[in-house]
Design a protein around this ligand. Structure first.
Ligand code: SMG
Ligand code: MG
Length: 370
């Protein structure tokens, strides 16, 4: 098959509530979507960049430019294009993993729809449903946090992750433990600390957390290893893990004993599977992270999370965690703490083009030579 069409869509969707992390507050999701055709067969991908380079160096406009100017034209030049050829074709372009992942996902979706195979089956998924965790943003006060957490537990979420930052760490964690007891609980700092905070972070040990996610800067692998030696709480890397290679390095260094896998962060779902494989080979448990995806990226994450090494609940929440109504695809819902992995061809969800148009702020076709 050949890449016969590529389009970029900028979509804006309001969030049900502001989502605050150590690097800022999101009140809406500006999402970059990619629609391709392989010999006329449509496929959809979602780019997990944010509007600003605050979670990673990538951001929406840069990703759109990279896809338009470099990535899509390179793929259009490939005969018999398959998803397996995407990463190798784009290898000469440095970085821009989220942009590459979006395009690879769109190619995967088109290819698998044509082959009548689900993404979960293609990746090697073994679980029909996956346990659902939820990421809880920084709240205006501890009582507000307790209300929010109570709501998620009532909804059935089986694991709670609290965003933390200096000044919002010990007190909220203690309050959640005191109020809700022995629930599966973890924290995510999004790089907000330094090694000088080691003794402070060790005070989290008494709360029996599943893990502390990305306490230090992205590139601080040896410092994460040093921190891990001072904590009883397992260290889990997110931002630092950009490939199966960095995953292997981080594991060997002792910088991480659990890994958060996000396909966008590592350059695609095929690389994400390799991170899963290298982690499994080293006995390191993994879980699926989230980037406030619409139904398109959410469907792909459910498929990834169905792999056997995903032994911890991920940030694979129901669609209504972020969107009052995800009108782009049918929403994912939580039943008994679990979400069903799509079984239909490709992503296994259908894009409602009319509904999509109502939230699309910009859509353009990428000129492809030939
Ligand atoms: O999609 O459930 C989700 C969000 C999960 O906390 C989440 N993601 O560092 O893991 C993380 C953050 C990154 C996005 S913050 C805007
Ligand atoms: Mg994280």
């Amino acid at each position: 098959m050949r890449l016969t069409s590529a389009e970029l869509l900028q979509v804006r969707m309001p969030l049900v509530a502001p989502f605050e992390t150590s690097f800022g507050v999101q009140t809406e999701r500006d999402v970059l979507l990619v629609r391709v055709e392989l010999d006329g067969q449509p496929g959809w991908g979602e780019c997990v960049t944010l509007p600003d380079p605050v979670y990673s160096p990538e951001f929406n406009e840069a990703a759109a430019t990279t896809i338009r100017n470099f990535l899509a034209p390179a793929l259009a030049a490939v005969d018999a294009l398959t998803a397996a050829k995407v990463a190798v074709t784009l290898e000469r372009f440095k970085g821009h993993r989220m942009a590459k992942a979006a395009l690879e996902l769109a190619v995967l979706d088109a290819q698998l729809r044509a082959a009548d195979m689900s993404l979960a089956d293609y990746l090697g998924g073994v679980h029909p449903t996956i346990p659902s965790g939820v990421s809880v943003g920084i709240q205006p006060s501890v009582p507000a946090l307790l209300d929010v957490v109570a709501g998620y537990l009532d909804a059935g979420y089986v694991r709670i992750k609290l965003k933390i930052k200096p000044g919002w760490d010990l007190d909220p964690v203690r309050a959640v433990r005191e109020r809700f007891g022995d629930i599966p609980l973890q924290v995510d700092a999004n790089t907000a600390y330094t090694l000088a905070d080691a003794r402070h972070l060790a005070r989290l040990d008494e709360f029996g957390l599943l893990l502390i996610e990305q306490p230090l800067e992205d590139e601080d692998l040896t410092w994460h290893a040093a921190l891990a030696r001072q904590l009883a709480t397992p260290v889990c890397l997110d931002e630092s893990i950009t490939s199966a290679k960095t995953a292997a390095d981080a594991i060997r260094l002792g910088a991480t004993s659990v890994i958060n896998i996000k396909a966008g962060r590592v350059g695609g779902y095929l690389q994400a599977r390799q991170v899963h494989d290298v982690s499994a080979a080293n006995g390191v448990p993994v879980w699926c992270g989230g980037m406030l995806e619409t139904g398109i990226g959410r469907a792909a994450n459910m498929a990834l999370a169905a792999l056997p090494g995903f032994t911890l609940p991920g940030d694979t929440s129901a669609s209504d965690r972020f969107y009052r109504r995800d009108i782009i695809t049918e929403p994912f819902t939580i039943v008994d703490g679990h979400i069903a992995v799509p079984t239909g061809p490709g992503l296994g969800v259908e894009v409602d083009e009319d509904a999509l148009a109502s939230v699309t702020v910009h859509r353009d076709t990428i000129p492809l030579a030939g």
